[in-house]
Design a protein. Structure first.
Length: 114
């Protein structure tokens, strides 16, 4: 797959404890992105954050949260991201999604099988 230099980043913010169809929501989103042929997806675990309810979620030792913030980042063309958004929109009860333009410098995989 070749990505054009002007790509778009879909960034989805959810909670670690959010579930959908029996899976952690972030895992479900990554799997759906793969099924829909998007260029790639990465789930990142946040150390601290808050959302629409202003409830603080933190990984501090004295106050371990079981619902840390998770960010799923997906880069592809705007057309593929726009087509994918309705899929995830139906699954996300709480969270946020943003889209921004990105300058794709390279997108490649190893060809030697390692």
């Amino acid at each position: 797959m070749i990505l054009p230099r002007e790509g778009h980043l879909l960034r989805i913010f959810v909670g670690e404890s959010d579930k959908y169809e029996g899976l952690p929501l972030f895992e479900w989103i990554v799997r759906k992105a793969r099924e829909h042929g998007l260029a790639g997806a990465t789930a990142l675990r946040g150390l601290e954050g808050f959302g629409a309810h202003s409830r603080l979620h933190t990984a501090k030792v004295l106050r371990l949260s079981s619902d840390l913030p998770i960010i799923v980042e997906i880069v592809d063309t705007i057309d593929k991201i726009e087509a994918f958004l309705p899929v995830v929109d139906a699954a996300i009860q709480e969270g946020m999604a943003t889209i921004e333009k990105v300058d794709v410098r390279f997108y490649r995989s190893r060809t030697d099988g390692r």
